[in-house]
Design a protein around this ligand. Structure first.
Ligand SMILES: Nc1ncnc2c1ncn2[C@@H]1O[C@H](COP(=O)(O)OP(=O)(O)O)[C@@H](O)[C@H]1O
Ligand SMILES: [Mg+2]
Length: 203
């Protein structure tokens, strides 16, 4: 653990480095982006379950637990979406300071936001995972029935139908949820964690 990890950024005797040392692994954020229905929530929760079972402190941020509260005042306009992402990101930074592994499941449709997220984090803190699935398959899955409403024009600005999704240019990991099942995708996330980050033994 680098020395500066023990310098508290904020007032206090206990800081992130101490908490990480006690936990036995580093805090980080895995940010799952992709179209609605691609599998972000399913995979984020499955990864969290496995991490939790291995003893890690985790938290999953998903549309439902932030859009109603913390970001309940925001619209789905480009400005509203950008502010949504900014607030969540500031929140995950505090959670990382608390030593938590954050799993985030948000469409994050714009290159701007995807890049800004990277810029807001220090190296090794943030990993962008593109949950990749063609819009035709997402529409067929139509988990929430929103694609149908978007096609009928009853929902405006729906990503993939009436609003763009910018395919991430250089995600840290890409999961193809048409050719891999849920377990295989979770395995790929764990392989990535073990290889890239030397996630200290989470036991
Ligand atoms: N490999 C896969 N990974 C994740 N979800 C998958 C996969 N294959 C099929 N699915 C299904 O696709 C749907 C994805 O829904 P959800 O996770 O809510 O998407 P999102 O959060 O991206 O909007 C679920 O019904 C899930 O069972
Ligand atoms: Mg979801």
């Amino acid at each position: 653990m680098p020395e500066n990890k023990y310098k508290c950024k904020f007032r206090g005797e206990v800081c992130r480095g101490h908490r990480e040392m006690r936990n036995g692994y580093r805090a980080m954020t895995l940010w799952f982006c992709g179209l609605s229905g691609a599998g972000k929530s399913t995979i984020a929760h499955a990864v969290e379950k496995r991490l939790f079972d291995e003893g890690a402190r985790t938290y999953t941020f998903d549309g439902d637990n932030v859009r109603h509260g913390l970001c309940g005042d925001l619209s789905f306009s480009p400005e509203g979406r950008a502010e949504n992402i900014r607030r969540i990101s500031e929140m995950t930074k505090l959670f990382m300071d608390a030593g938590t592994i954050c799993l985030c499941a948000f469409i994050t449709p714009e290159h701007n936001s995807q890049q800004r997220l990277r810029g807001m984090h220090e190296d090794g803190d943030f990993f962008l995972v593109h949950v990749d699935c063609p819009v035709e398959v997402c529409e067929e899955r139509d988990v929430k029935g929103y694609y149908k409403l978007a096609r009928e024009g009853k929902i405006k600005n729906y990503t993939g139908i009436s609003a763009p999704f910018d395919t991430p240019e250089s995600p840290d990991l890409r999961l193809d949820t048409t050719s891999c099942n849920i377990d295989e995708c979770v395995d790929q996330v764990f392989a990535f964690l073990k290889e890239k980050i030397s996630l200290l033994d989470v036991k």
